[in-house]
Design a protein around this ligand. Structure first.
Ligand code: FE
Ligand code: FE
Ligand code: ZN
Length: 277
């Protein structure tokens, strides 16, 4: 099982890696920059070496960087769009230099211009950011469809990927809370949802799972994460996701509302349940 949580790197990369080890996790997600958008300073060579040493020794799975929530590459407003283009371009390059395997972002909200126009903007933002020379994969996140969010239907994600100049560098990150909220019934028909994903996007493009329960009911199109087993998806359905033969080799990232100590318990509980199953 490859499992970790979202981690703050405010204390530096090496300290964060040690916290992951203490949590008994074997991967992590970090923000590619301060969530409010300002840049993190790059790690020193020494810190970078210490970080790489820890992850190699521990045999971690793929790492995931998350772009700031505040950016909106679907926007038609010049300043907002330029900021999103700049962040995508800079952070893809920076995270690639850190040898992080995947970077996920929210496709964005069209805020009234419509899904088609929004997708056009997203594709152009990706095309100015991805050179095709990277090792990193850029992942589109499945969204809940709150407000005017794009990416709550698998078809929308496929369209973005298909129209990009470098589709070979683009994958998908599936968020269990978001797709349940968007109306994909992973509680009663997980196989059907996986079949749909494969048919529309292709399972080979699924690179990561955001593993969350949902505070809001099926199809509510809201984005409120619950801790595992304490939401509307529930423990049994989430364990079926974690152990599904077509998913279980993927890296799972908890984005549940807990501190490090709570996440340590959550990871231990999941390992126990899977071990016992
Ligand atoms: Fe996200
Ligand atoms: Fe997520
Ligand atoms: Zn979310």
């Amino acid at each position: 099982m490859i499992i970790g949580t979202h981690m703050s790197i405010a204390g530096g990369l090496e300290k964060t890696a040690k916290a992951v080890v203490a949590m008994e996790a074997n991967t992590m997600q970090i923000f590619s920059r301060n969530p409010r958008g300002s840049n993190f300073k790059d790690p020193t060579d020494k810190e970078m070496a210490a970080f790489q040493e820890i992850r190699r020794k521990q045999g971690w799975g793929p790492l995931l960087a998350h772009a700031p929530y505040t950016m909106n590459p679907a926007s038609n407003q010049e300043k907002i769009y330029e900021f999103a283009c700049m962040v995508l371009k800079e952070d893809i390059a920076r995270m690639d230099r850190l040898e992080i395997e995947n970077m996920v972002f929210h496709p964005g909200s069209h805020t009234g211009i419509g899904v088609e126009e929004g997708i056009k903007n997203i594709v152009a933002a990706l095309n100015q950011a991805i050179t095709g020379e990277e090792r990193i994969m850029v992942l589109l996140e499945t969204m809940s469809g709150k407000g005017t969010e794009i990416g709550y239907e698998f078809e929308q994600l496929r369209e973005i990927r298909d129209r990009a100049a470098h589709p070979e560098r683009i994958g998908v990150c599936l968020d269990t809370c978001h797709i349940f909220s968007a109306g994909y019934d992973i509680v009663n028909d997980l196989d059907g949802v996986i079949y749909e994903f494969d048919r529309i996007i292709g399972l080979e493009h699924l690179k990561a799972i955001h593993f969350n329960d949902s505070c809001t009911p099926f199809g509510a199109k809201k984005d409120r994460h619950a801790t595992i087993g304490n939401g509307e998806i529930g423990m049994e359905a989430l364990l079926r996701v974690l152990t599904h033969p077509q998913l279980k080799a993927l890296p799972f990232y908890l984005e549940t509302p807990l501190e490090d100590s709570g996440h340590k318990e959550e990871i231990r509980m999941l390992k126990d349940k899977v071990g016992a199953a």
